[in-house]
Design a protein around this ligand. Structure first.
Ligand code: GTP
Ligand code: MG
Length: 356
């Protein structure tokens, strides 16, 4: 799973990126896209490691990109921003980072700290980038459809679709409202429209704003998950050893690391949950979409397990934690044999029985 951190100049993207990934902060003014693999924190794995004592514990990971800051205040900035935006058309999730911290030493974008306004500007720019892509595609297809090529019939269909998308955007409707069938969705999938991607928001707050609530209803849908992170503070915490970090966090009243908050927000935006396996001495977390059936979950682990699926021996992490042992679970009838159609739940511990 790939996510891109993007936002306006100096919103704190790189500081969040570093706090979450442990990688050094990219140098100021860097124009390169940085990449890090973030290990997904999971308290359940920590508990299970104590219980099963496996040889190996494998966390899920997120591939995280840190983009240089976007600047739409002049033509040069706009062109650079458009180039950057076009490089993230294959990511699964856009994390929009907006600034709410006040700091004289860091001049704010457009001379004012305005997270809701910044969010609205980012959303508009993503839409404009998509509109440009649609226009380019229409121009190309209009030349192409008159030639008797093998793809002519398909090109005609796509041209009609692109025109429909253009009309939607121009009448301020989302692209998604103009994509009606699976065939249409498939036709434009490889183009990577940004406004069709899920988004999450990270608000970079000041140390004095940890409790602050934000109203983004003017910029985003209420279904978009928002997390507040004090990047500078979190980055400082991430540099400490475990013991001092725990001490400082307790003093500050923080109960969760930035990485954990960030990842939960991404999972929520993507509709992801995790199931867990303990197989051949390896404890592992597997991210899946909410609503995934046991058969498809099995396929994530191995295609053979899906092919030869018999049953999914399943119990809930919370039950194991509450009752203390697998033996107690068995006695309480909490170990279930589920079939292919069973909808896997967050925190299910599954042992797939299969035969190939
Ligand atoms: N006071 C304060 N300063 C911060 C905070 N987060 C970041 N900064 C400062 O703001 C500046 C920009 O931070 P970066 O993390 O580099 O921001 P960025 O969004 O990656 O910047 P660009 O990539 O240049 O757009 C740095 O000087 C940081 O130290 C914060 O939470 N509080
Ligand atoms: Mg940066």
């Amino acid at each position: 799973m790939k996510v891109a951190l993007l936002g306006l100049l100096q919103s704190g993207k790189s500081t969040i990126f570093s706090a979450v990934s442990g990688k050094a902060i990219p140098p100021l003014g860097s124009t390169a896209i940085e990449e890090a693999i973030v290990s997904v924190p999971d308290e359940r794995l920590d508990w299970l490691r104590e219980y099963y004592k496996p040889k190996k514990t494998t966390h899920a990971t997120i591939d995280c990109l840190d983009l240089p800051g976007l600047n739409f205040t002049d033509e040069h900035g706009r062109a650079a921003a458009r180039r950057l935006i076009n490089q993230i058309r294959t990511v699964d999730l856009l994390v929009l980072v907006v600034r709410s911290f006040e700091d004289q030493a860091v001049p704010p974008y457009r001379n004012t700290v305005n997270p809701a306004g910044d969010l609205a500007e980012l959303k508009t720019e993503l839409l404009l980038a998509d509109l440009e892509l649609v226009a380019t595609r229409i121009e190309k297809l209009e030349k192409q459809v008159n030639r008797p090529t093998k793809t002519q019939a398909h090109d005609k269909l796509e041209l009609a679709l692109q025109k429909k998308l253009q009309q939607a955007i121009e009448s301020e409707k989302p692209i998604s409202s103009a994509v009606e069938t699976d065939a249409e969705r498939e036709m434009i999938k490889s183009l990577g429209f940004l406004t069709l991607k899920p988004i999450a928001v990270s608000v970079n707050t000041g140390e004095d704003q940890l409790e602050k609530k934000f109203d983004f209803s003017s910029a985003i849908d209420s279904s978009v998950p928002v997390v507040t992170i004090c990047a500078k503070l979190e980055h400082e915490l991430s540099q400490l050893d475990d013991e001092s970090r725990a001490e400082f966090m307790a003093d500050l009243g923080l109960t969760e690391s930035a990485a954990s908050k960030f990842v939960k927000n991404c999972y929520s935006a993507l509709g992801l949950i995790s199931f867990l396996t303990v197989v051949s001495n390896e404890l592992r977390a597997w991210p899946i979409e909410q609503g995934t059936a046991a058969l498809d979950a099995a396929g994530k682990v191995h295609t053979d397990i899906k092919r030869g699926f018999i049953r999914a021996e399943t119990f809930a992490f919370n039950d194991l934690k509450a009752l203390g042992s697998e033996k107690a679970l068995k006695a309480a009838g909490k170990i279930r044999l589920e079939g292919k159609e069973y909808v896997v739940q967050d925190g299910d511990i599954i042992n797939f029985r299969f035969n190939v």
